[in-house]
Design a protein. Sequence first.
Length: 223
Amino acid sequence: MYKILIVEDDAAIATAVENQLVRWGYKTLCAGDFQHVLETFTSFDPQLVLLDISLPFFNGYYWCQQIRSLSSVPIIFLSSAGDKMNIVMAMNMGADDFIPKPFDLTVLCAKVQALMRRTYSFGASAQLLERGGAILNLADATLQVRNQKTELTKNEFRILQLLMENGGSIVSRDTIMHRLWESDAFIDDNTLTVNMTRLRRKLADVGLSDFIITKKNAGYMIP
């Protein structure tokens, strides 16, 4: 089931849009914390975003840029500011469509469906993992902390993906080594230690010094 994130300050409009999309078979979420839209986006991992321009704290253009720094997920702007300048600005910011208010709910859903069909007939959206403010992009093996994006090596990415997928749980060294080398062949235990040290150094460089915790005689975990 495709998921749609609705970022709309007008509660009545958000509810009406949500109810209509649910009837069309979509799973929806209305953003409630307009200061942390990006965190809502990464945790929900939607296939499409409906985004108002006029929002508390930061406007829709800001959040469009933030989402675009992580993902190519389709974005449709919904706004009463439907003049040419705002439409052009929205498209330049990375929006895929612009629907002026007031709009017909059936027309909105038809546009959503058409955009979904065009986008996902060619493949799935980028997957994101979020833990403790760190966002791991599974599509391009990058880590983003705040506005800083960091490239990861293949082994760094695999270690971080495994630990973030099992956030809050201890992952044994044997499990990590098997994920890294996908083999039952003997691998020197020091090899994992070297990879873990390099990853931790890279995490520390972006302010995540204690992101990975060592559990003596058990393994590693991200709380």
